[in-house]
Design a protein around this ligand. Structure first.
Ligand SMILES: [Zn+2]
Length: 220
């Protein structure tokens, strides 16, 4: 009989090497692992099956991890998420407004920590879900460019009435949650301007750090 108690983990990362190595670690630990190359790919997969935990890179093309995690929190508030990045050393440096339950730096080279985090999140997922429902996630807004007068603007979609409206921004580099009333229904809309395209994600070769069977498996 199939083991129906297997926990599922979805790994989202644009770097194939990271997807492979995390798959090896998590599979050895007994998880059922699926992977996605970027946020849109992951959202498609989430329509078919919901994992117990999502591990997502923050700096990815097409849809940044910041935006992806914000979408996940709004649409799947019951799923705990781990943000992974090579651009920040520790969780303290990650900009405000990142919607994650835990952070793992690619530079840490301690996969046991990541595995421990995943196990803990699964155990405490009920508590997380309650908290996630309590505080709605801000919307991550990609930068749109400049209007005809040369003023940078973004397009916000109200989470209440679902109407979109443009908003001029004085500063694009504010890395925290901001709030503005919807111009139609006046509901405060919480948002973060997605600066992540400007954040470089260094390539880190995790593979060199593993030994024995794990390294062999990872090279396939
Ligand atoms: Zn509105």
């Amino acid at each position: 009989m199939a083991d129906t108690s297997k926990r599922r983990v979805l790994v989202v990362d644009d770097e194939p090497g990271i997807r492979e190595i995390l798959t090896v670690y998590l599979t050895e630990e007994g998880y059922d692992v699926s992977t996605a190359e970027h946020g849109f790919d992951a959202l498609l997969q989430l329509r078919r099956a919901t994992p117990d935990v999502i591990i997502s890179d923050l700096n990815m093309p097409h849809m940044s991890g910041f935006e992806f995690l914000s979408v996940v929190r709004r649409r799947f508030p019951e799923i705990p998420v781990v943000a992974v990045s090579g651009a920040y050393e520790s969780g303290d440096q990650v900009p405000g407004g990142v919607i994650a339950d835990a952070f793992y730096s690619k530079g840490q080279h301690h996969p046991e920590e990541l595995l421990h985090t995943v196990a803990e999140l699964i155990q405490t997922s009920a508590e997380h879900a309650v908290n996630h429902h309590r505080q709605p996630a801000p919307v991550w807004i990609p930068r749109n460019g400049k209007d005809s007068k040369g003023v940078p603007f973004i397009v916000l979609t109200c989470t209440e009435c679902l109407r979109s409206f443009p908003l001029s921004v004085l500063r694009e580099d504010v890395q925290e949650i901001q709030e503005t009333p919807c111009i139609y229904c006046a509901t405060p809309v919480r948002y973060v301007i997605d600066f992540s395209l400007a954040v470089a994600s260094p390539k880190i070769h995790l593979r060199a750090e593993v030994s024995g069977s794990r390294a062999e498996a990872a090279t396939y």
